[in-house]
Design a protein around this ligand. Structure first.
Ligand code: LIP
Length: 271
């Protein structure tokens, strides 16, 4: 991609893959290292390691060189403004707890939006050597092969992924929802990474994923990949998804899952 030419969504997808692969390799060197780089973030268990910081810096350095003028928002270093209309969303390590404990389900996630619409994204799982990516209208792939969501159409046969926030009060409420749901579905999984969950939904390894109170960088790439893999995506009330509320399903179980969630969460919501 030469500077100055407007890049196609496909070219940006390739760049997302490269950025996420490079940062993922930087992070992989530190897998299993629990040494905190700084004070924890939102709670005592919300870690940041020097590897999160190094991986994010690797992406920012390439973007500064190759995409000057684009805005960037990242989990560890916040926002830098731009004037091009493009905005990058970076999570250097999604699933930091898994990463720090040497578990394989963590990912580097990179997405780019043009004028507010995500047009390309990649999620790389370095410990499993998997690269998921998509561009708007271009389908989703895993390691360059097309993927699609499952064809499940009965909620009691659906394998559901979800996640919990870091605040003890919030996660207790979220566990209450899980307790009310678990008798209605095949089973429930908590991988520890929203980006990974959305990719597993996209290749049919999960049938449903829902979570609340996430951040933009956790889900920007994964939501595009899921939509391009054929998922039906909404928030937990059936309106458009946003990082605060995400429900992504195989189309055959979306409406039923929405009903179940409304009942299981009760009113007011888990938030
Ligand atoms: C994590 C998510 C996870 C969610 C956690 C947290 P981190 O991101 O991906 O699924 O349940 O609350 O937000 O902190 O590992 O980058």
């Amino acid at each position: 991609m030469s500077t100055g030419d407007p890049p196609s969504a496909h070219e940006l997808r390739i760049l997302c893959e490269r950025l996420a692969r490079e940062a993922g390799s930087v992070a992989l060197k530190g897998r299993g290292d629990r040494t905190p780089a700084a004070a924890t973030k939102s709670s005592r268990t919300d870690m940041v390691t020097e590897h999160d910081l190094a991986a994010e810096r690797s992406i920012r350095a390439t973007l500064e060189r190759e995409r000057p003028g684009d805005a960037v928002v990242g989990e560890e270093e916040g926002s830098s403004p731009g004037n091009s209309g493009y905005r990058w969303s970076i999570d250097p390590i999604d699933g930091t707890t898994n990463f720090a404990y040497g578990l394989p389900l963590w990912a580097t996630s990179v997405a780019v939006a043009l004028d507010g619409t995500t047009i390309a994204g990649a999620v790389v799982l370095p410990a499993l050597d998997r690269v998921y990516s998509a561009h708007l209208g271009g389908g989703a792939t895993r390691n360059d092969r097309p993927i699609s969501v499952s064809s499940v159409d009965q909620i009691n046969l659906a394998l559901v992924g979800t996640g919990f926030g870091y605040s003890p009060e919030l996660r207790s409420r979220q566990a209450g929802t899980v307790a009310r749901l678990i008798g209605e579905v095949r089973d429930i999984r908590r991988t520890g990474s929203a980006a990974v969950d959305l990719c597993l939904l996209s290749d049919g390894s999960l049938d449903v994923y829902y979570e609340e109170h996430l951040n933009e960088w956790d889900v920007a790439a994964g939501l595009l990949i899921a939509a391009e893999a054929g998922a039906t995506v909404s928030d937990l009330a059936g309106a458009p998804a946003h990082p605060g509320s995400v429900l992504a399903c195989s189309p055959g179980v979306h409406d039923r899952m929405l009903d179940l969630l409304v009942r299981a969460r009760g009113i007011p919501s888990d938030g």
